[in-house]
Design a protein around this ligand. Structure first.
Ligand SMILES: [Zn+2]
Length: 414
C-alpha cells in the first residue's frame, strides 16, 4: 500500500490519500472479509460475497496469510513522565529491592522531581513519541494516568498534557487521575493533610475541567491504606470519576477486596491476591488487570491469571508502562509474559488485551471486538495464527493499524 503522510502539516498519523475514504475492506483473512464504513464494522462474511457497495470504489487490503485482530488496548499506563531510571535498574540487577531504592531517595520520587520540573509541552511531546511506537505495535487505545506531579498544579499539568495530545494523536487516550500514587516527602509526617488535598482540591479541580474518567489509588504499605483509599475513591465517585485500584502488588494488603466493595472498574496488579479475592472480583464484575512487566522487572511473583479465569473473573493484560517497574510499552511482549507467568493461553492473552481491556476502561461493546456494529479499531498481524504471533516474539509483526476505520499505521510506509 502506498500512502503519503502529511506529517509536515503537523497531523501525525493522518494519511492523506485515505483521509476521506468512507469504506475499507480487509479481505482474505482466513477466507473472510471485513467491511468497514465510516468508523464502524459494517459487514463480516466470506471473501467474495461482500455487499455491492464494497465491490468497487473502496480501499481494499489483502490480508492473505495474516491475521486480523481487534486493535490492542493498553488499559494501564503511566505514559507522561520526565527522565528515566536506568541507574536504579542497574542497582536492581545487583539485588536492591523497590523499598531499598525508595529509601535511598530514588524510585518514584526521582520521577516526581523531574516531572515537576518539566513543562506541559515537554511532557506531551515525549508521550507523543511513545504513542507513535505503540501505534506501530497495533495499539489503538491507551489508558493514561497522572501521578508523577503530586501537587495540584503538576497533576493538572499532566492531565492537560493528555488532553492536548488527544487532539494530535490518532490513538484514543482514556485519562485517569492518580494523585494518590504515593505520599510526597513534604507530607510524610502529615499524610492526612495530603489525603485532604487530594479529596478537597485535586479531585474537584480534575472533575471541573473534565480531565479524567477514572480515579486510581495505589493501596500498599508504602503508599495508601485501605481506609485512605476508600475515602479518596468515594469522594471521586461523588464527582463522577469511577474507581480503579493498584492492588496487592507487593503483599496482600486489602486493595483487591476494596476494589470489589466499591464496584471499581478494575483492580490492577494482584500479584499477591488470593482465591477469596478472585471470588469477590467475579461477583462484583470488577476486571483484574495483569501487569506482567512489573513482575519481570521487580523479580516478583506473577499474578495467578489462570486461577482468576477459573473463578470467572474478567482478565485484562496491560504494560503498566512507567520508568521504574515497567519501562516498556511493548504490549505483545506483555502478552507473552501473561502466558508464561500467569498461565493464560495465547488466545486468552489476546482477549485480555482487547475485550477484557475494553471492559477495564468501561468501553466494552464499542471497543475490543470484531463484530458488526463495533468501532473499526483493528490490527493486521503478519502471522499464521494467534499462537504463532505470541509465541514467536519479534520486534514487531503488526503490518497495519486501523482506528475508527482509518489506516493510522502501515509498515510499508515506514
Ligand atoms: Zn501502575
Amino acid at each position: 500500500m502506498t500512502c503519503k503522510d502529511n506529517r509536515r502539516e503537523g497531523r501525525l498519523y493522518q494519511y492523506s490519500p485515505w483521509k476521506n475514504m468512507q469504506r475499507l475492506k480487509l479481505i482474505n483473512a482466513n477466507g473472510s472479509s471485513i467491511c468497514i464504513k465510516d468508523q464502524n464494522i459494517e459487514w463480516i462474511g466470506a471473501a467474495g460475497s461482500e455487499p455491492s457497495e464494497f465491490k468497487e470504489g473502496c480501499l481494499s487490503v489483502d490480508c492473505k496469510g495474516k491475521i486480523v485482530i481487534p486493535g490492542l488496548i493498553d488499559c494501564h499506563t503511566h505514559l507522561a513522565f520526565a527522565g528515566w531510571r536506568a541507574d536504579e535498574f542497574c542497582m536492581k540487577t545487583q539485588g536492591a529491592s523497590y523499598q531499598e531504592i525508595a529509601a535511598r531517595g530514588g524510585g518514584i520520587m526521582s520521577t516526581v522531581r523531574k516531572t515537576r520540573e518539566a513543562s506541559l509541552p515537554e511532557l506531551a511531546a515525549r508521550a507523543e513519541g511513545f504513542l507513535k511506537e505503540m501505534c506501530a505495535l497495533g495499539v489503538t487505545t491507551v489508558e493514561v494516568k497522572s501521578g508523577y506531579g503530586l501537587t495540584l498544579k503538576d497533576e493538572l499539568k499532566i492531565l492537560r498534557a493528555y488532553r492536548e495530545l488527544q487532539g494530535k494523536t490518532a490513538l484514543e487516550l482514556i485519562p485517569t487521575f492518580l494523585g494518590a500514587h504515593t505520599i510526597p516527602p513534604e507530607y510524610e509526617r502529615q499524610r492526612e493533610k495530603y489525603v485532604a488535598l487530594v479529596i478537597e482540591e485535586m479531585i474537584p479541580a480534575v472533575a471541573e475541567e473534565k480531565l479524567a474518567v477514572f480515579c486510581d489509588v495505589f493501596v500498599e504499605e508504602m503508599a495508601f491504606t485501605v481506609s485512605e483509599a476508600e475515602k479518596i475513591l468515594l469522594a471521586a465517585q461523588k464527582h463522577g470519576l469511577r474507581s480503579k485500584v493498584h492492588a496487592d502488588q507487593l503483599k496482600r494488603s486489602g486493595g483487591t477486596e476494596l476494589a470489589a466493595k466499591l464496584n471499581a472498574v478494575s483492580a490492577d496488579h494482584l500479584e499477591y491476591a488470593s482465591g477469596v479475592d478472585f471470588k469477590k472480583l467475579a461477583d462484583s464484575g470488577c476486571v483484574a488487570v495483569l501487569l506482567p512487566f512489573a513482575s519481570l522487572y521487580l523479580k516478583k511473583q506473577y499474578a495467578d491469571g489462570r486461577k482468576m479465569k477459573d473463578c470467572g473473573v474478567t482478565v485484562a493484560v496491560a504494560t503498566d508502562f512507567n520508568p521504574g517497574s515497567a519501562p516498556s510499552y511493548h504490549l505483545p511482549a506483555a502478552l507473552l509474559l501473561a502466558c508464561l507467568g500467569s498461565g493464560l493461553t495465547p488466545s486468552e492473552a489476546l482477549s485480555a488485551a482487547t475485550s477484557g481491556a475494553a471492559k477495564a476502561v468501561a468501553a466494552e461493546g464499542r471497543l475490543g471486538e470484531i463484530r458488526v456494529g463495533a468501532q473499526a479499531d483493528l490490527a493486521i498481524i503478519e502471522a499464521e495464527s494467534i499462537d504463532q504471533w505470541i509465541y514467536h516474539l519479534t520486534a514487531n509483526r503488526c503490518m497495519t493499524t486501523i482506528k475508527k476505520g482509518k489506516i493510522i499505521f502501515s509498515k510499508e510506509d515506514n
